[in-house]
Write a protein that binds this ligand. Structure first.
Ligand SMILES: Nc1ncnc2c1ncn2[C@@H]1O[C@H](COP(=O)(O)O)[C@@H](OP(=O)(O)O)[C@H]1O
Ligand SMILES: [Mg+2]
Length: 254
């Protein structure tokens, strides 16, 4: 690989790690889901770490699969460029035969902003990228759909759906859910109760490049490359829906 721009690099690395994950799924099979998850997490992490070390040797990396010491490396907090990666988002769904709601996330954070990113959806055969942001679907009033965690949806989501006139669509992986907003399968994604920077950095980079709304559920900015990588809640939506979703969430939290 030669040196290319960061958008293309993010897309290539996410796609390559995704292809590796498809091969691992094929080879290991689904009889021992725990072993499949462990092999997937490790394989994709090593591919991304080795590639970034070779192609962007001066940059820092924050990966879900790094050790605690690596994550706490103080150099990352002083760095101007940090790659925030989730080698396998939707690990549980990756280990369930037939499911395609899992992803590889590669984002670049520079001096306070997410500047490039890609979300590979290997089992869907596509990669969403800031190199060529998706064109957002038009929203034309009426009932809409909110993607939510299959396994850990927050309690207020059902009342929220009722309040704003939406249906909940359970799905795995933060990346797959944000991609679903950008490609028109749903109109919003709401999550609360726990998550980390790597779960959202890459899909948020693509969502922002596409012009979607992306914030905390109280409307505050999503801030990355913090000492504590916890980023427990998020709202992504078509821009036309953000005001009513934020108002609904606020009313339910009063
Ligand atoms: N309450 C919680 N605490 C910590 N992480 C959470 C969480 N709810 C969801 N996540 C993480 O967010 C990602 C998407 O979750 P979900 O599929 O439930 O929507 C998953 O990432 P990983 O698959 O990378 O672990 C999951 O671990
Ligand atoms: Mg994740």
């Amino acid at each position: 690989m030669t040196i290319r721009d960061d958008h293309a690099l993010a897309a290539d690395l996410a796609t390559e790690a995704g292809e590796l994950l498809l091969r691992i799924r094929e080879r290991v099979g689904f009889d021992d889901p725990k072993a499949l998850r462990a092999e997937g997490d490790r394989g994709a992490h090593v591919l991304l770490m080795e590639s970034l070390a070779r192609l962007r040797p001066s940059d820092s990396v924050l990966s879900e699969e790094a050790t605690r010491d690596e994550r706490l490396d103080p150099r990352r907090l002083g760095a101007e460029r940090v790659w925030i990666v989730d080698p396998l988002d939707g690990t549980r769904e990756f280990s369930e035969e037939g499911r395609s709601d899992w992803a590889v996330h590669v984002a670049l954070w520079e001096k306070g902003e997410l500047t490039a990113g890609a979300v590979a959806l290997p089992a869907q055969g596509r990669t969403l990228t800031t190199a060529e942001p998706p064109k957002l679907p038009a929203y034309d009033k009426g009932r809409f759909r909110i993607a939510v965690s299959r396994t850990r949806p927050a309690e207020f989501l059902q009342p929220l759906a009722h309040l704003v006139g939406a249906d909940l669509v359970p799905m795995g992986s933060a990346g797959a859910k944000i991609a679903a907003v950008l490609t028109g399968e749903v109109e919003a994604y709401v999550h609360a109760g726990g998550q980390y920077e790597w779960d959202s950095a890459a899909p948020v980079a693509v969502a922002q490049a596409a012009g979607a709304h992306a914030s905390r559920i109280d409307g505050a900015e999503l801030v990355y490359n913090q000492a504590d990588p916890s980023l427990p809640d998020i709202l992504i939506s078509l821009p036309e829906l953000a005001t009513s979703l934020l108002a609904g969430i606020r009313d339910l939290h009063r």
